[in-house]
Design a protein. Structure first.
Length: 52
């Protein structure tokens, strides 16, 4: 089984695969989708903003 972890430049994990993959090529496709989503809008609950 294959899984991926996406890390920031500082080494902190910012995303992980929500499923495991039977094929390495399917896992790679999930990685490619994650990399391509860097311009997608992000959502954060307002309660989390007040806690920071």
């Amino acid at each position: 089984m294959w899984r991926w972890t996406y890390e920031a430049s500082n080494g902190k994990t910012i995303a992980v695969s929500s499923e495991s993959y039977s094929n390495k090529s399917d896992c790679q496709r999930g990685i490619d989708i994650m990399k391509a989503s860097d311009t997608s809008p992000m959502w954060m609950p307002t309660a989390d903003l007040r806690a920071a």
